[in-house]
Each structure stands twice: as structure tokens, then as C-alpha cells.
Design a binder for this molecule. Structure first.
Ligand SMILES: Cc1ncc(COP(=O)(O)O)c(C=O)c1O
Length: 363
């Protein structure tokens, strides 16, 4: 297996050596020391967004989708799902498979949802109990308007579910009107993969009922509240490493500092990519700084698989595209990455383009 130096992906991503080091030992899942680690993570996360004791944290083993499914499992009414990318579409798939009544509001992958239209639909249907949407749609890298959407939900007494998978920890937003924030260990928190996380309003957790057995959010929460432990065997190394990652985020200066570092990464990348002739998919007004979709160069000699392999041979892993309407690839700015890492990537891209015989303009 090739030695990869850096992952420029939306997660799993490049982690700090201290985070990886925490996984290099054994932990007893019901021991007091481990229970303390769980407690620290649960207590730290709401505070990153200035949320107090009226919010509570649930940890669930699994990937981020497990968390989305567990939260949607608490819907016993009708959910309005906004779909402008693969992860909004996945929420629809989950609702279908759980047989939860839903209304799907679809937008093109390059168009942000309009809160005014969302409000009209809530009013029109009357029976909507939940509003679910993705904040940073990783499909494209778009930031959807989380506060405006949450405000619409709150105004109509609708429970708001936000998939903040690829923004939590690195994008500042007002979460006061969000009832459920769902994310995972392996994105902007810079932990390893293996844990879904839900920060929810306590009164929602107290009054709702989950679905399924191992993905029953409320059962997991109640057990954690009572014992400080997981119901079933947790991925102990992942939890311990996540604790280190959360402490690192706080030491870095919290969400604001991480937002600044990732923004610098993004600006550095964008400057060099544009210089090489690459074009972004999204209108810059909607583009977030987490991950960017770049259109394939129109040159007939461009082959993404060759491009990918040659970058990988240089120790740098980028990410394939996911949009259905255009040929794109993606580059993530998140993880234990700094502007110098972005410059190292764009230098490798330049070398690769020369090697592939692509005549892209260079100043
Ligand atoms: C916005 C968003 N939601 C949900 C998911 C699903 O997470 P997972 O692949 O960890 O299940 C992802 C994964 O990239 C994502 O970016």
C-alpha cells in the first residue's frame, strides 16, 4: 500500500498524530476513565456553539448516516425534506425505508433552497411536523442558509433537523432554532471515523420516541444519561481519539479559529487552481470553504482516474465528484491541513498536468 501523506477529502480526513496516538492502546468501555472521556465529549460539543444545558449530546457508533437515520426515526408526523444534493436525497431514502410520511422539496444541485418557498410549503400542507435539511451539502460544497431555514421552522412550531455533518466545528452559525444537529467524528472535528453525534434540544429528547433497536436515538440517550455509558460496545479507540480531537479544536480557539484556518486553506487553493485554469462548479456566493467542486478541464487529454492516480503517487489524495449534472472532482480543505499543505497540493497538481500533457494556462 502506498504511503499517503495527506487526504484532501471531506472525511475521513488527515488527522493529527496526537489523535491517531490515542488509538494505539486498549480501553475498557465500562471503566470510570472511559466514562469520563465520554462525559467530556458530550459536555464539550454544545458549548462550541454557545448552547447551554437545554441541549444534550448523544453518541452513536456508526457513520454519520446512522445519526441521520436515528434522528429521522424520531419523526412520528410528516417531515419536509429539502433536497439539493446527495445528502438531502439520502434523507428521502431514509424516510422511505422507515415509512415516514415526507414531502420532498427539490432544488438543482447548484441552487440553494429559498426559505420563503419553504415557508409557503409548510403553510400549504399544515401537517408538517419536522423540517430536515443539510447545511453544507458536501456534494457540491454549498452552504445552505441554516439560520433562515431554522427560523422558518421555529416560526411555525416545526421541529428542525439539520445535517451539519461537514460544517459542525468549523462554520459559525446560529443554532438556537435547530432542534437536532447531526454530525460525525470524522469531519471538521478532525477525529477518526466511526461515531455519529447528535446535539439536540433536551426537551425534544425527553418528549420523542425513537425507532428500531440499535438505532433508537432515545433509548441510547436515556441509557447514556443514566449510566454515562453506551448501550452496546462502543468503538473505544475512536471515542478516545475523538476526545483528543475535540480538545485540540478547543485549544485551537474553537469554531472561529478553525473557520479561519479552513478559509485560508480554501483561499490558497482557489487562487492556485484558478491560476492553472480550473473553474469552480458553484457560483462563489453559495460556495463554502469546506470542500470545492472543480469542473474537469475541457482538454480531451484529461482523464480523472489518471489525474487521481498520479496525485496519489505524489502522496496526495483528492476526491471524485458527486454532482449528477457536470463532470467535476472535489478538493477538501478540512482536516489537519494548513495553507502550506494546500500549496503542496497545487504544486503536485501542476506537475501532474504537465506530465499529462495538458496545456492549461500558467502565468
Ligand atoms: C452532509 C453529509 N451528510 C451525510 C453524510 C453521510 O455521512 P457518512 O458517510 O459518514 O455516513 C455525509 C458524508 O460525507 C455528508 O457530507
Amino acid at each position: 500500500m502506498q504511503n499517503i501523506e495527506k487526504l484532501y477529502t471531506p472525511g475521513p480526513l488527515t488527522t493529527h498524530s496526537d489523535v491517531r496516538a490515542a488509538m494505539n492502546r486498549d480501553y475498557a468501555s465500562r471503566d470510570g476513565d472511559f466514562v469520563q472521556i465520554v462525559k467530556n465529549i458530550r459536555q464539550s460539543l454544545p458549548g462550541l456553539y454557545g448552547l447551554g444545558d437545554d441541549y444534550t449530546t448523544v453518541l452513536l457508533p456508526g457513520s454519520g448516516t446512522y445519526g441521520v437515520e436515528a434522528v429521522l426515526g424520531t419523526v412520528h408526523g410528516k417531515v419536509l425534506i429539502i433536497n439539493n444534493g446527495a445528502y438531502g436525497a439520502r434523507m428521502v431514502e431514509i424516510a422511505k425505508s422507515l415509512r415516514i410520511p415526507y414531502i420532498e422539496m427539490t432544488y438543482d444541485e447548484t441552487t440553494p433552497p429559498n426559505p420563503v418557498d419553504v415557508e409557503k410549503l409548510i403553510v400549504k400542507y399544515g401537517s408538517v411536523t419536522h423540517l430536515a435539511f443539510v447545511h453544507c451539502e458536501t456534494t457540491t460544497g454549498m452552504f445552505n442558509p441554516i439560520k433562515e431555514l431554522a427560523d422558518v421552522g421555529a416560526k411555525h412550531g416545526v421541529c428542525v433537523v439539520a445535517d451539519v455533518m461537514s460544517s459542525f466545528g468549523a462554520v459559525k452559525f446560529d443554532a438556537q432554532n435547530v432542534d437536532y444537529l447531526v454530525f460525525s467524528s470524522n469531519k471538521c472535528l478532525e477525529g477518526p471515523p466511526g461515531m455519529a453525534i447528535v446535539v439536540a434540544k433536551r426537551h425534544r429528547m425527553e418528549s420523542s420516541v425513537g425507532r428500531g433497536f440499535s438505532l433508537d436515538l432515545n433509548a441510547q440517550w436515556k441509557y447514556m444519561e443514566r449510566t454515562g455509558q453506551f448501550r452496546f460496545t462502543p468503538p473505544v479507540q475512536v471515542v478516545a481519539a475523538l476526545d483528543v480531537a475535540v480538545r485540540r479544536l478547543i485549544a485551537e480557539g474553537g469554531v472561529q479559529a478553525r473557520a479561519e484556518r479552513y478559509t485560508q486553506n480554501y483561499m490558497t487553493l482557489l487562487f492556485d487552481m484558478r491560476r492553472m485554469g480550473f473553474q469552480e462548479l458553484l457560483d462563489p456566493r453559495h460556495q463554502g470553504y469546506i470542500i470545492t467542486s472543480f469542473r474537469y478541464p475541457t482538454h480531451p487529454a484529461f482523464d480523472f482516474n489518471v489525474f487521481y492516480d498520479r496525485l496519489k503517487a505524489r502522496g496526495k489524495v483528492v476526491y471524485p465528484g458527486k454532482v449528477s449534472s457536470a463532470d467535476c472532482f472535489r478538493i477538501g480543505n478540512i482536516g489537519d491541513l494548513y495553507p502550506d499543505d494546500m500549496r503542496a497540493l497545487t504544486a503536485a497538481i501542476q506537475e501532474t498536468l504537465v506530465e499529462m500533457g495538458l496545456a492549461l494556462p500558467l502565468c
